[in-house]
Design a protein around this ligand. Sequence first.
Ligand code: PLP
Length: 364
Amino acid sequence: MSRPAKAYIDLLALRHNCELANSLAPNSRTMAIIKANAYGHGVLPVARALEPLVPAFGVTCLEEAIELREGGITKPVCLLEGTFSDDEIPLAAELGFWLSVVNKQQQQSILRASLKTPVTVWICVDSGMHRLGIAVDDIESTYRMLAASRNVASDIVIATHFACADELASDLTYRQLQQFKAGVASLANADTVPLSLDNSAGLLGWPETHADWNRPGIMLYGSSPFSVPHAEADRLQPVMTLRSSVIALRDVPVGDSVGYGARWSAQRPSRIATVAIGYGDGYPVHAPDGTPVLVNKQRCSMVGRVSMDMITVDVTDLPTVAVGDEVILWGKGLSVNEVAGCAGTISYELLTRMPRRVPRVYSG
Ligand SMILES: Cc1ncc(COP(=O)(O)O)c(C=O)c1O
């Protein structure tokens, strides 16, 4: 027997979501973003499940890419932040990794590297997010210098990243698109150079921004990037279901409190279930009273402060609940977005920081 707190990972749902991403932009190629341990889902099982469906993967850094090669993944892997030191460049080239060029220093490092085989480069452009990337005005010179180098393969991609694609009413996406296009227009081969703009929100919500490559992340894991209903995003299926069990039950009289800090007190004679899940298992410590959980598939309220290994749930309205019954914290039947919203965070954070001590159980 083992502690019941487990993250169940549905690889069929993952593939369904990837196929949806592919079908939304049939003329684009999908780079599946699997950084940060595939947003907490376990990078190797996720990569193995997706490898037949996508031509490339995106991760943050060399270490994450090497983990994929060591796990038998042979498709190209793009390092979205490029390299951090010059010695990474020959290794990346040798292992078939693609390098983002996010600043002039990285550009210079690639130009002066001594490489046996040329490396594929993605020039990352700052079209208005102002976080990473070369200036729009530098696209032409950066491209020209890299394209002329024997160290660089001929399939250079020009990429940018949206700041607000998840806000469908924001005009920043259009402004970024215009800036990006204006910069690309300065290239002699502007009509044929491959481009990449979209994250999940761009792919789902902004068809006019689909390009040669899309880079969906969160949607692969079944979480909508939008805070409002959306016809396409609502077809996503949750991949991670975080599940545990009731490990204790007690009656709490009116006026008595539950848990650390006595944050919640019973307003009626209450039946309280203790569930084996806590912030040590990735459940958000800031979840307030009333955060929904599913006990035997019925919605109930989490009450009292989240402990490291336990939460407490008001099951007064479910008189048949017994020790050992199933509790779903998020996933099938309860979206991670809803729980994240209650706790003042985002699904990305809840999924990504799922700790090692929660076993991943794979199906599909
Ligand atoms: C450069 C880049 N592209 C794509 C993605 C995927 O974004 P999302 O998970 O919102 O689809 C990310 C994630 O942060 C990113 O940094």
